[in-house]
Design a protein around this ligand. Structure first.
Ligand SMILES: *[C@@H]1O[C@H](CO)[C@@H](O)[C@H](O)[C@H]1NC(C)=O
Ligand SMILES: *[C@@H]1O[C@H](CO)[C@@H](O)[C@H](O)[C@H]1NC(C)=O
Ligand SMILES: *[C@@H]1O[C@H](CO)[C@@H](O)[C@H](O)[C@H]1NC(C)=O
Ligand SMILES: *[C@@H]1O[C@H](CO)[C@@H](O)[C@H](O)[C@H]1NC(C)=O
Ligand SMILES: [Zn+2]
Length: 492
């Protein structure tokens, strides 16, 4: 597991070149060896670094400065972040900057590098500015907004989710712009949105309905977040995401004396439903645990609350009602009617869903309510033979001797707003070889610097491939937008 995927390394016609370089290298290395040793020793803090070099000081300074800005919910310092991002883009040589605010105080911005052909649909590189709250006392390695470098990793809230990606985008453009003043056919936008961590309503939910989106961004594809990968040379690519269905099941029955034995109490009815759900959940858990199925591909269900009200906790009254709350996560290959069928199995009888947010089962024995239900059954095409963003992404990865591992994101991201608009969105986290595994929303969240650096180079290749391939989605369709459905789905 410590080397990159061998079958993706280019092997044609290499031997002669290698031999040639090899002898040259041996001669040069006689002189260089003491120097290299010195360099290696002076970077000894990067002890776990594999063959790759650490990021340069500009990239590292940008990353640490961004991570040190506390943009944690519920009160992110957006204004400070925007000031930083404006300077970051300017220093990178990205000519245009625009700030936006659709809801008071919820600031975002976009940095734009115009392409050589303005009529082509653009490439949008998205990241969210906000991060989840921290429990500072639980950060045992370094404080959450210190961005301290410990053993070659930067420790900070937002290092994996997902400030590093925002810096990687800009850094990739900065490096490319140093070599070429006008490198791309398509316009490239780096988009920084607020409030993803609280559902994106005031952020991406607004952006996709705005004139900024339709007239200025004119996107052909959007790149967003996915998850880091533990393996070297493998990058997770999210091509869809599970849909949250928060579900409440309620039932009633006559209250009874605790000293009697009535046939059919409310809690016993709920218990029967729970037993069927538990059996189903156990099968899914096993499939995921044994690796037979990926988490993003199965229906996830968790009991988040069970209770009854009206008896004030009295120990001698059988409650006349019971309520069960479920957090269900629906993979995008299941449509609404398939899920209704599954719910009927769990309920043990037929249900009638009289609206998209409510239903009754077993002739009114149970009421079902969906306080939050997302319908986003989108999966991007993974056809590598057809022109499209996926082919461009695959080619970019191969250029870095890496490969992509396409998955369904188990939770939800801002990408659903974009897919809902008919624009392809791919989550690509350019972090490979992250041995800790995903640490999103966890204590001691950190990113290895060597992975950060490789990710910058991956994004250089990704942007180059996406923005210089005019074959896919040459123009932007400006179909009228139906805002009703967008707002209906505008939550976590
Ligand atoms: C820009 O791209 C469009 C769509 O592919 C093409 O029709 C047009 O000729 C291109 N313009 C230039 C100046 O290359
Ligand atoms: C850093 O490396 C040292 C030496 O290998 C080890 O003792 C320490 O636990 C590491 N710290 C972290 C936070 O990984
Ligand atoms: C839902 O999916 C099932 C197969 O999973 C299919 O038979 C059915 O036609 C679909 N329903 C709708 C409304 O698309
Ligand atoms: C629901 O009501 C119908 C007709 O009133 C009856 O035939 C059926 O058995 C009932 N089903 C259940 C689960 O009680
Ligand atoms: Zn995120």
């Amino acid at each position: 597991m410590c080397s990159r995927d061998p079958h993706l390394q280019v092997s044609h016609g290499v031997p002669r070149e290698i031999t040639h370089r090899h002898t040259l290298l041996m001669r040069v290395s006689l002189f260089l060896f003491p120097l290299l040793l010195f360099v290696a020793l002076s970077f000894s803090s990067f002890t776990v670094v594999r063959s790759d070099s650490p990021p340069d000081s500009i990239a590292l300074t940008s990353l640490r400065t961004y991570l040190q800005l506390d943009t944690s919910q519920p009160r992110p310092h957006y204004r400070r972040a925007i000031t930083f991002l404006r300077r970051l883009c300017r220093d990178a040589g990205i000519p245009h900057f625009e700030q936006f605010q659709f809801v008071r105080g919820r600031l975002g911005c976009v940095c734009t590098l115009p392409g050589r052909n303005r009529s082509l649909a653009s490439v949008v590189l998205n990241s969210h500015i906000d991060v989840v709250p921290v429990e500072a006392a639980a950060w045992t390695v370094a404080p959450p907004f210190s961005a301290a470098v410990v053993n070659g990793s930067v420790y900070a809230r937002g290092s994996q989710d997902m400030k590093t990606q925002g810096i990687q985008y800009v850094e990739a453009l900065r490096r490319t712009l140093q070599a070429q003043p006008s490198p791309y056919l398509r316009t490239v936008h780096v988009l920084f949105v607020p409030d993803e961590e609280i559902g994106g309503k005031a952020g991406m939910g607004q952006v996709v309905q705005s004139t900024l989106w339709r007239d200025r961004l004119r996107p052909g594809v959007l790149i967003d977040e996915c998850l880091p990968d533990e393996r070297d040379g493998v990058y997770k690519l999210c091509y869809g995401e599970r849909q949250p269905w928060w579900t409440v099941i309620r039932t009633r029955g006559a209250p009874g004396h605790g000293g009697t034995l009535p046939r059919d109490t409310a809690i016993q009815r709920i218990h029967a439903v729970m037993a069927r759900i538990s059996a189903f959940r156990e099968a899914q858990r096993e499939a995921v645990e044994t690796g037979a199925q990926a988490l993003g591909d199965v229906v996830g269900v968790n009991f988040v609350h069970i209770g009854s009200h009206g008896t004030d906790g009295a120990m001698n009254i059988i409650p006349g009602n019971a309520e069960l709350r479920l957090d269900i996560r629906v993979p995008p290959h299941l449509n609404e009617s398939a899920m209704y069928t599954l719910l009927e199995q769990w309920m043990g009888g037929p249900c009638h869903f009289h609206s998209s947010v409510a239903g009754r089962c077993l002739n009114g024995t149970f009421d079902i309510e969906f306080p939050h239900k997302v319908i986003a059954p989108y999966r991007e095409s993974l056809d590598a033979d057809a022109p499209g963003p996926y082919r461009a992404l695959r080619t970019a990865a191969a250029r870095q001797s890496a490969r992509l591992d396409p998955i369904i994101f188990p939770m939800s991201t801002d990408s659903r707003y974009v897919r809902h608009r008919g624009i392809p969105a791919f989550g690509l986290t350019a972090l490979d070889g992250v041995r800790s595994g995903p640490l999103l929303h966890q204590h001691n969240e950190n990113v290895p610097l060597d992975a950060f650096e490789r990710g910058i180079r991956l994004f250089q290749a990704v942007i180059d491939q996406l923005a210089n391939d005019a074959e896919w989605r040459a123009s932007v369709d400006t179909a009228p937008e139906d805002s009703s459905t967008a707002t209906a789905h505008a939550e976590l």
